[in-house]
Structures are given as structure tokens and as C-alpha cells.
Design a protein around this ligand. Sequence first.
Ligand SMILES: [Zn+2]
Length: 142
Amino acid sequence: MTTNTDDCLFCRIVKGEIPCAKVYEDEYVFAFLDIAPFKEGHTLLILKEHSNTVLDVNPNHMQYVLKAIQKIAPAVMEATHAQGFHVLQNNFAAAGQTVFHTHWHIIPRSEDDTLSLWAQGAYTDNGTMGAMARVISQNIIQ
Ligand SMILES: [Zn+2]
């Protein structure tokens, strides 16, 4: 993982060292088109302050992420004639994160596209589900 922002692709994009198709910028956030989009208009949103994953994002800056989503997502939908959108955020390689500067994907969706995120599974029984909920609860650091 990158901790030196000089080596971080997205920090270098914010600094203007690497070109991008920018769609929005303010004091805290920066948004640009994904170069490998699910479909046209697929936008990446980042905080300018470097973090590796959502686990080390400054919580005080999350409001700026939400405000930017509320501005950008309707614009993406309008530009792409989408009927919906995803806000998707991957953490660690096992979850598909390839650039270790925390980023949110804003992905336009239409009723006739083919993206499939995951097949819905099921717990074998309510006891298994309850046990999992208890283990997760016990591992939450207060
Ligand atoms: Zn970075």
C-alpha cells in the first residue's frame, strides 16, 4: 500500500502531474472519469487528503464526500440518461481495490444494462445468522 503521496496515482492526478477527465473539484474532493469504466460516465470521487482505505479516512471529511455525491451523481445520471446509480467503494485487494487511495465509484445504471454485482446468498438457518451477528458485534471496537 502507498503511504507516500508522491507515489500515489490519485494524489498525482490531484496535483495535476497526471492528466484526467476532471468533472468536479472543491477544497476537499476531486472527481474524474474512470479510465476503465463499467459504462460511460462512471466517475471516481476522492478526498484530496490521502488515505489508503476507508478505514483511515478522516471522519470529519466524510461530509464532503457525501455532499459531492449529492452534487455529482444527479449530474452523471442526467449526462448518461441513467435511471439510477451505484456508490461503490472497494477496500483492499481482495475486494477489488487496485489504487490504494480511497475512492468512491459513482456508476450510472439503466434498467437495460447488464452489470451484475453478486448473486444473493442465504444463511443455512437463523441460528447461523444470529451467531454471525454476535461475533461481528463482539469485534466492534467502541
Ligand atoms: Zn493518494
